[in-house]
Design a protein around this ligand. Sequence first.
Ligand SMILES: Cc1cn([C@H]2C[C@H](O)[C@@H](COP(=O)(O)OP(=O)(O)OP(=O)(O)O)O2)c(=O)[nH]c1=O
Length: 190
Amino acid sequence: MKTLILASSSPRRKELLENLQLTFEVSSSDVDESYDPKLTPEEIVMELAFRKASFVSQKHPSAYVLGSDTVVVAGNEVLGKPQEKSDAFQMLKKLSGSTHSVYTGVAITRENESIKFFEKTDVTFWELTEDEIHGYIQTGEPFDKAGGYGIQGFGSMLVKEIKGDYFSVVGLPVSKTARELKKLGFDLPF
Ligand SMILES: Cc1cn([C@H]2C[C@H](O)[C@@H](COP(=O)(O)OP(=O)(O)OP(=O)(O)O)O2)c(=O)[nH]c1=O
């Protein structure tokens, strides 16, 4: 019997993985999320996903551990989570009226083995007025989310167009993850 552990404190990642009807445990990982600024966005998200999975792997050596990380890339700037209202305002102002990319990396580790992959989704925002940005920040939604918005919540009102995997923007590329878990021998619904 294979054991799967989701190395995440994100309720959204748990919900997304539940789509696959697998039995899994959840264990949050407390890792340093700093990275070498010379890395590409895909390298950053796969490295951080690997760090999260490895942290939990140490305590559960025989389990398969899945870690994930999401960043938003606008121009050549990598945006994580805003710390305060002024960060959120600057991020949303940058995203207004243009297209940015959301990268989510996934790592699945077991003992000394690991697989890593990523998904890139392009999201286009409407031109936002300063009032709209302030109003959105007042909802409190930006603060635990990369780029300062949640496409699954009130943030849906900011989005004009999306190209790629919606679920990856929310934090887990579900279909790529399902395919990889299947290759590893997990029993998926089909
Ligand atoms: C762009 C975007 C991001 N996000 C979320 C996904 C991630 O949870 C979060 C980015 O932070 P992450 O560091 O990737 O993840 P996390 O700290 O929430 O959870 P953990 O490290 O414990 O797994 O932003 C949304 O929920 N909706 C969105 O539209």
